[in-house]
Design a protein around this ligand. Sequence first.
Ligand code: SAH
Length: 198
Amino acid sequence: MVRQLRAEGITDAVVLQAMSEVPRDRFVASELAEVAHEPRPLPIGEGQTISSPWIVARMIEALGLDGTEHVLEVGTGSGYAAAVLSRCAREVVTIEANAELVHSARQALAGAGCGNVEVLHGDGTDGAPWQAPFDAIMVSAMAPQRIPSALVDQLADAGTLVCPVGRRRQGHLVRLQHGRVEPLVPATFVPLRSPPGR
Ligand code: SAH
């Protein structure tokens, strides 16, 4: 996997090391374990997918982590990206809206020995204000129009946030740093759900 990620332009040694250490097969159903190392998204149940290794690596690389950070992820899904993040940062808080996935991600993360990850059940568009500010925020589902404002508010002044923005196949990964938003690469994710009425 690491050779392939390097060939696809991932250069950050910390990210490559973390990707090589986290067993992706632990984060998918046992029927999929054999294909867990293929470079593509995979279904994780509840109509959701685990992102491709490349996009996980690209997003974490874009955060520029040095191992000291307090990180928020929105959209835990299988817990795979949180596991990789946890090896690149000090601690990770990750929020998932789907109760089944919260349960399975907690188990998978414990099984992979990720003691510095806290999985919260709730609406990630609200962030986790009692844990803010975050040095880095990674949104693992696609916001339809813009980065949710509560997340921008919970980012530390010198922090970095990455979030896919767009609809269906028209998405882009964007990075917010020092108040500036820059587009990184085209990307397609499952949609970030908003609670009814918002
Ligand atoms: N990072 C994940 C993949 C995420 S898929 C992994 O490595 O497996 C996107 C996830 O975001 C899905 O599990 C979906 O249930 C969750 N999600 C969508 N909208 C959300 C919201 N508003 N709050 C929290 N989680 C949300």
